[in-house]
Design a protein around this ligand. Structure first.
Ligand SMILES: O=C(O)C1=C[C@@H](OP(=O)(O)O)[C@@H](O)[C@H](O)C1
Ligand SMILES: C=C(OP(=O)(O)O)C(=O)O
Length: 433
């Protein structure tokens, strides 16, 4: 239980570098491992989810040195992984699990994967169904973990139209397609984050993109690279939200990843009336730059399915912002939120109602009436439900609460942002107690 407090009359101020991007950190280990030669990763995110990926590859026989945010992966190539002695623990990480299932589909040994309670509820058929078409086999109950991947060293190329907008499913298929004889075609439902495609190109693979159609060549020769991971926009989002909401704020977040598939949060906030500026843009494989945020008044917005992939992990935070915006915000087309670490539609509704929000749950989203003061309704405790993004969203909400509020299951925040409270403390000048 973490005591959260409260009421920051002076707002957020200062300059901060947020930790490395979670999606890119996972992929830096994966591509480092399946390449020949060394991969040096800097600004790696040493959070629980990314350490799950790192430990899984160590168990697959890859030598990896890790210290703070630096990682050195001694790549073994696509054919150099070895059968782990024990089942692989996927912890809480959906990204590790789906990408690993894709990669292991083409390996000449079976591997069992298991995860924590939350991960064991999440759907895996979305990857096993298309991967079966390449020739891999799976033993699972109802498409949930635990799962045994029966790798097939002679995978067929695939031609698959994704029924769901998911970068994890796309990436699982790409990693399997690298082990198939010939070119595979993967057609996305909507554009999703493209870190896998960018990194595959940088490591020497062949992948072509034409609108939503991707073509991937099997059996590439991948070679180790230097990767500098940009700051995670999905982590920066918590401070961006806090600075917009707390009057008198002005913060600079340095070197944040600005891949357009990840900046939907900034675009939606601008539609809501927020003032956000970008400076010092760079492009080394991925776009990055400094994000400057000042507090601003917000108005409601309509968020529909075409917005969703680029803001998928920021939706709990956008729900909070909508409670502070004039008018009624509607979020639709976001049914994927129901199969994240928690059912994020149900949990956001439950927790924000505890703070006075007026929210109606929809099957695929929420209707949020603003503005409502953030005031605890007969409780002094909110709960992350074991979901890191819910925990951090509630900590941002708590900045507006006059009085004591505590957060149950705060440890979940270590999944993506171990130093979150220290960094929030830095910007607010003494938030966490
Ligand atoms: O590929 C990735 O790194 C991720 C993809 C998204 O999941 P889906 O592919 O399930 O949408 C996102 O929610 C997750 O946090 C990270
Ligand atoms: C959904 C998330 O991650 P994953 O799917 O990797 O568990 C997330 O980080 O919000």
């Amino acid at each position: 239980m973490k005591a959260l407090s409260t009421n920051h009359q002076n707002g957020l101020h200062g300059v901060l570098q947020v930790p490395g991007d979670k999606s890119i950190s996972h992929r830096s280990i994966i591509f480092g491992a399946i390449s020949h030669g060394d991969t040096e990763v800097s600004h790696f995110l040493s959070s629980e989810d990314c350490m799950t990926t790192l430990h899984a590859f160590q168990a697959l026989g890859v030598s990896i040195e890790h210290s703070d945010d630096q990682v050195l992966v001694h790549g073994v190539g696509l054919k150099g992984l070895s059968q782990p002695r024990q089942p692989l623990n996927m912890g809480n990480s959906g990204t590790t699990t789906r990408l690993m299932i894709g990669l292991l589909s083409g390996q000449p040994f079976p591997t069992k994967l298991f995860g924590d309670q939350s991960l064991s509820r999440r759907p895996m058929k979305r990857v096993t169904t298309p991967l079966s078409q390449l020739g891999a086999g799976f033993s699972t109950t109802e498409g949930r973990l635990p799962i045994t991947v029966d790798g097939c060293p002679t995978l067929r190329p695939v031609n698959y139209h994704l029924p769901v907008a998911s970068a994890q499913v796309k990436s699982a298929l790409i990693l399997a397609a690298l082990q198939a004889d010939g070119w595979s075609t993967i057609i996305e439902k909507q554009q999703t984050r493209d870190h896998t495609e960018i990194m595959l190109n940088a490591f020497g693979g062949e992948i072509q993109k034409n609108g939503l159609i991707l073509q991937v060549k099997g059996h590439p020769q991948l070679s180790g690279q230097r990767v500098t991971v940009p700051g995670d926009m999905s982590s920066a989002a918590f401070f961006i939200a806090a600075a917009v909401l707390q009057p008198g704020s002005e913060i600079v977040l340095k070197h944040v990843g600005l891949n357009p598939t990840r900046t939907g949060f900034l675009r939606v906030l601008q539609r809501m009336g927020a003032t956000i500026a970008i400076e010092n843009q760079t492009m080394h494989g991925e776009f990055a730059g400094d994000v400057i945020v000042r507090s601003s008044a917000l108005h409601s917005v309509q968020i529909t399915s075409s917005d969703i992939p680029d803001i998928i992990d920021e939706l709990p935070l956008l729900a909070l912002m909508a409670t502070q915006a004039e008018g009624t915000t509607t979020i639709t087309g976001a049914e994927e939120l129901r199969v994240k670490e928690t059912d994020r539609i149900a949990v956001v509704t439950e927790e924000l109602r505890k703070l006075g929000a007026v929210i109606t749950e929809l099957p695929d989203g929420m209707i949020i009436k603003g503005r409502t003061p953030i005031v605890p309704q007969g409780t002094s405790c909110v709960d992350s439900h074991g979901d890191h993004r819910i925990g951090m969203m509630l900590a941002v909400a708590a900045l507006s609460v006059a009085g004591d509020l505590s957060l149950a299951n705060d440890a979940a925040i270590r999944i993506s942002y171990p130093d979150f409270f220290a960094d929030l403390d830095q910007l607010t000048g003494g938030f966490a107690r």
